[in-house]
Design a protein around this ligand. Structure first.
Ligand code: AHR
Length: 487
């Protein structure tokens, strides 16, 4: 058992942790939208206006704050007018990015906003720069938010919605350095300036304009885009995926050894120095820190489940994913002064999902449970937290933590990343006692939930009791575990 100390400074609450750090991403990719959240009104699967009831209920329980759509790579070949109006006449397009399947556009703007309404979250629409026109983007914003009786707003009325939707978050292109057009940053920065000009504010609906940021550690992209276009944006994105190997051989989502487990966590932890390097560049061009950083896509990316369509990116989700989620969310919390949103990829059935479905069945993944346990951090004030722990792998501390305070209650989330060693954590927090209850999620590093009998193999449990050690209290974390404690 290793000894760890966690010091939380409860006397100096810091930045507010935006609830949007707990955001989600849903793309027209594999079974994320179709089958995952949307089954259509005629489906035998219980639904409300076509949205799966079981999935929406689980997402409401998670208090999902914001949902990004329609991509991803799909965004830059999506033409929004194909997804409005009578379903029978909607265009059938080939989803060239993801599996070459036919997209019938039965889930479009109105359906997405209905999904957000049901979940109770803010919509974030990522628009098309790569293959769309300025006029097309400008009219999409008008369609969403205009409250006059212009022709575009009337089109919305004709499709059953009189009131403007009031969408705030608008993304101007996705991965324009890659699938979104293979652009150089100089070219994108100019395009960004142009496209965003025509995304107007209508009435009281003020947009949050979001520019496409770098891939991983590409600070040159950040530098050029901030220099040329920083004054025209409210936020800049970055994408970072945890891949524990080569892109061609990422490894199985469920079948891995300790070395691969630790390699995954070490790769996940790298997001911290990378995001800090982008923030340092942003600070040079925006010293007043007006532009926020959005971690637009993050999470684990493994090989697809054997036998599934390689273009659908369907992977299982184990305790290893839960540890990556805990580690990443603690990092995001600790940078709450600069990170304004983070969206895990993706919400259902794709990559590091919250929820997996198979026909009418649904399972909640270990990652879902971590998000659930971290809910008290949303909109709470960050507390400075120092962790004194040994390394469990190269540069990776055995324990990761973050803490916040809201309504006089302190929440501490801590994870023991070691796959085989307990951690005894010495804590000094006002209000701790023998009866202190906390939530614990633990299991073997490869444990996962599956359809049928295995749906609840990994789930959080309420645990009571800390041990006293002088003035302090001891919290013992089993190997591969996450705890959330509120006092
Ligand atoms: O999330 C899957 C894909 O990863 C997205 O479409 C793209 O933006 C990224 O490369």
């Amino acid at each position: 058992m290793s000894k760890v100390q966690i010091h939380v400074d409860v006397n100096h609450p810091g930045a507010t942790i935006s609830r949007n750090l707990y955001g989600q991403f849903s793309e027209h990719l594999g079974r994320c939208i179709y089958g995952g959240v949307f089954v259509g009104e005629g489906s035998p699967i219980p639904n409300v206006n076509g949205m799966r009831k079981d999935v929406v209920d689980a997402l409401r329980e998670l208090k999902v704050p914001v949902l990004r759509w329609p991509g991803g790579c799909f965004a830059d070949e999506y033409h929004w007018r194909d997804g409005i109006g009578p379903k029978e006449s909607r265009k059938r397009m080939v989803n060239t990015n993801w599996g070459g399947v036919v997209e019938d556009n039965s889930f479009g703007t109105h359906e997405f906003l209905e999904l957000c309404r049901q979940i109770g979250c803010e919509p974030y629409i990522n628009m098309n720069v790569g293959s769309g026109s300025v006029q097309e983007m400008a009219e999409w914003v008008e369609y969403l938010n205009a409250d006059g009786d212009g022709t575009v707003a009337q089109e919305r009325w004709a499709n059953g919605r009189k009131e403007p939707f009031g969408v705030k978050y608008i993304g101007v292109g996705n991965e324009n350095w890659g699938c979104g057009g293979n652009m150089r940053p100089e070219f994108y920065a100019d395009l960004y300036r142009r496209y965003q000009t025509f995304c107007r504010n209508y009435g009281s609906h003020r947009l949050c304009r979001i520019a496409c940021g770098p891939n991983g550690d590409d600070t040159n992209w950040t530098e050029v885009v901030m220099k040329q276009a920083g004054g025209f944006m409210d936020a800049l994105t970055m994408h970072y995926y945890t891949v524990p190997g080569e892109w061609e051989h990422k490894g199985s989502a469920t079948n891995f050894d300790t070395e691969k487990y630790l390699r995954t966590l070490t790769a996940a932890a790298k997001i911290e120095p990378i995001l800090e390097s982008h923030l340092a560049v942003m600070d040079r061009f925006d010293p007043k820190r007006r532009v926020g950083l959005i971690i637009d896509e993050w999470g684990c990316w493994f090989d697809v489940e054997p036998g599934t369509n390689p273009g659908f990116l369907y992977q299982q989700n184990t305790m290893r994913d839960a540890m990556v989620a805990a580690l990443s969310l603690n990092i995001f919390n600790r940078h709450a002064d600069r990170i304004v949103m983070a969206n895990i990829a993706q919400m259902v059935n794709v990559l590091q999902a919250m929820i997996l479905t198979d026909g009418e069945q649904m399972v909640l993944t270990p990652t879902y449970h971590v998000f659930h346990m971290y809910r008290p951090h949303m909109d709470a004030q960050l507390l400075d937290t120092a962790v004194f722990a040994d390394e469990t792998a190269k540069g990776l501390k055995q324990v990761t933590a973050s803490a916040s305070v809201k309504d006089g209650k302190v929440t501490l989330t801590a994870a023991n990343l070691s796959p085989d060693e307990e951690a005894e954590i010495e804590l000094a927090l006002p209000g701790l006692g023998q009866d202190t209850e906390y939530t614990l999620l633990t299991g073997a590093m490869g444990a996962y939930n599956d359809f049928g009998d295995g749906a609840e193999r990994v789930k959080p449990a309420a645990v009571k009791g800390l041990k006293k050690a002088g003035e302090k209290w001891l919290l013992t974390l089993p190997p591969c575990s996450v705890a959330a404690l509120t006092v």
